[in-house]
Design a protein around this ligand. Structure first.
Ligand code: NAD
Length: 254
């Protein structure tokens, strides 16, 4: 039996599927991942330093570079692709327990995924938060200020440091979102991990958690992951091609 057939058989049997996505699902929408062959950090290892919270907070130079990166992000123009759509299809067939994403691009919601089923483990780049007073707001108006010449815009309420509402390295995850993700990994009957190197914790730890509670595990990722050996099926094809095929085969059979 091929890996694809084994994966669709498991998918057809499953009734509460939790999907865990990473940057790889959005590369075909034009947003590079971090660690794939064309990844931002693979090409420029220094960029990893800028995503450390302590550097962002202590070094205005790091913040200025971060605001330029945000301004020029390909994510603003990106559209969801057939991989995102396939997960919406799974939801329409009543099979989706939860969609846990490490992505910050909101392309799942833009594809039509029910926002109440989406758990954004690493936050969203479409909002900003003040590091001092905690005030949150949309990213758009702050990027307008950067375009108008402010290279390190500060909070208009308290003057504190502004940052995208994403989780940087060195920053804790939102405990409620993490608890929701752990519950979704614990009580699903299948965990489908898509487009993640599964090296960032605690997100990656959801994989052995689900498997340990008896769920089937399918991994869709171009490169090997640390959990391939405990997976029931590993598909290393293009996500935007294989995910729609997997979902249609399993909803037709199931
Ligand atoms: P990662 O960069 O560590 O791994 C992505 C994996 O996807 C790689 O192993 C790569 O081989 C695979 N991949 C890429 N394109 C693929 C394709 N079309 N088909 C099949 N496989 C493909 O990503 P990660 O595990 O999500 O961790 C990176 C962190 O960076 C996350 O925390 C995430 O928040 C953040 N990030 C988010 C975005 C986004 O929101 N789109 C983009 C870059 C990074």
């Amino acid at each position: 039996m091929s890996s694809f057939d084994r994966a669709s058989e498991r998918m057809a049997q499953a009734r509460r599927i939790t999907v865990l996505t990473g940057a790889g699902i959005s590369t075909d929408s034009g947003i590079p991942d971090f660690r794939g062959p064309q990844g931002v950090w693979t090409k420029n290892p220094a960029a990893e330093r800028a995503s450390q919270l302590q550097h962002y907070l202590s070094d205005p130079e790091v913040r200025r570079a971060a605001w330029q990166n945000r301004l020029n992000s390909p994510a603003w123009a990106a559209q969801p692709n057939s991989g995102h759509q396939a997960i919406v299809e799974l939801e329409r067939h009543g099979r989706l327990r939860s969609l846990i994403t490490q992505n910050i691009d909101e392309l799942h919601q833009r594809a039509g995924s029910d926002p109440s089923l989406v758990l954004e483990l690493h936050g969203t780049m479409r909002s900003v938060v003040c590091w001092q007073c905690g005030e949150r707001g949309p990213m758009g108006p702050v990027l307008d200020r950067v375009r108008a010449g402010e290279d390190d815009p500060s909070c208009t309420t308290c003057g504190g440091i502004l940052k995208s509402a994403t989780i940087s390295f060195g920053q804790s995850l939102d405990p409620e979102v993490l608890a929701g993700a752990e519950a979704a990994a614990s009580d699903c009957d299948l965990l489908l991990a898509v487009g993640s190197s599964l090296t960032v914790h605690p997100a990656a730890g959801l994989v052995p958690l689900a498997k340990g509670k008896g769920a089937s595990l399918i991994i869709v990722n171009a490169e090997p992951t640390p959990y391939d050996r405990i997976a029931d099926a590993v598909l290393s094809d293009s996500i935007s091609k294989v995910l729609p095929a997997l979902v249609s085969a399993s909803v037709l059979d199931g």
